[in-house]
Design a binder for this molecule. Structure first.
Ligand code: APR
Length: 244
């Protein structure tokens, strides 16, 4: 697809770009989104039933088996051209804030720095009671415990019903207030507060651009909807900007 000239010019002239990504940016890497059917043993489970503190406390060993399965799956995949294009974009503009709802760490593996992880990171272990990151837990145990307090360890992700890390929220609000361009990539824009960032950016006068093969709840409020896969559209955007 060709990128509209207005988009190329706005991105080239932008002082600060706010990018919000969702599961769609990792789809071409082979990471199933929450809403796609789970496979194998996990097919019988609804992720929304598993990714909660209540489910974890009810059966920590089951939840740890699920997360070990997800960690194994994600460790086998690689960033795709969309991840690399966003890392490149940050090098082409004066300021860029990258907020992701994904927990797969693929943006970082593609070279993006200062990634704001709204929903935490799949590969982090945290003490359930204290919330701190733990790096020396006995991760081979069926339900690992914190070496510090002896309580349960949990995956370092934000579960349904839990709050977004306050620092991440603060960074997001600041970026939405000062950005000239807002770029929504691969998210259904259904889950708040990430889903509200586009409207906040628009109120600050930013140009809203959405990259997604399917229309979303945000699509009718953006200035430019680039229909397509992020692994194809983002590299095209980068080459359009670099082209004189
Ligand atoms: N390129 C770009 N977008 C894509 C691609 C692709 N190749 N493939 C799919 N998509 C789009 C889908 O059309 C959909 O709009 O990615 C979006 C994925 O939406 P969701 O599965 O709802 O994922 P996300 O928006 O990240 O969900 C937000 O909700 O499931 C919880 O905590 C979980 O972080 C997640 C949050």
């Amino acid at each position: 697809m060709s990128i509209p000239e207005a988009v190329v010019e706005a991105v080239r002239a932008a002082r600060h770009i706010l990018v919000v990504t969702g599961a769609g940016v990792s789809a071409e890497s082979g990471v199933p989104t929450f809403r796609e059917a789970q496979t194998g043993l996990w097919e019988q489970f609804d992720p929304h039933e598993l990714a909660t503190p209540e489910a974890f406390l009810r059966d920590p060993e089951l939840i740890w088996r699920w997360y070990h399965w997800r960690r194994e799956l994600v460790s086998r995949v690689r960033p795709n051209p969309g991840h690399y294009a966003l890392a490149e974009l940050a090098r082409l503009v004066p300021g860029l804030t990258l907020i992701t709802q994904n927990v797969d760490g693929l943006h970082q593996r593609a070279g993006s720095e200062d990634v704001v992880e709204f929903h935490g990171n799949l590969f982090e272990d945290r003490c359930f009671a204290e919330g701190c990151v733990v790096t020396n837990g006995d991760m081979d145990a069926p339900a690992p415990h914190c070496p510090g307090c002896g309580g349960l360890l949990r995956p370092g992700v934000v579960w349904f019903g839990e709050a977004i890390p306050p620092q991440a929220l603060h960074t997001a609000g600041q970026a939405a207030a000062k950005c000239d361009v807002f770029l929504s990539v691969g998210t259904s824009s259904l889950v708040w507060p990430a889903a509200g960032l586009g409207d906040a950016a628009r109120e600050s006068g930013a140009m809203l651009i959405e990259i997604n093969p399917d229309a979303t709840t945000l699509t009718d409020r953006v200035h430019h909807y680039l229909q397509g896969k992020s692994g194809e559209v983002l590299p095209e955007l980068i080459s359009s900007i670099a082209r004189d």
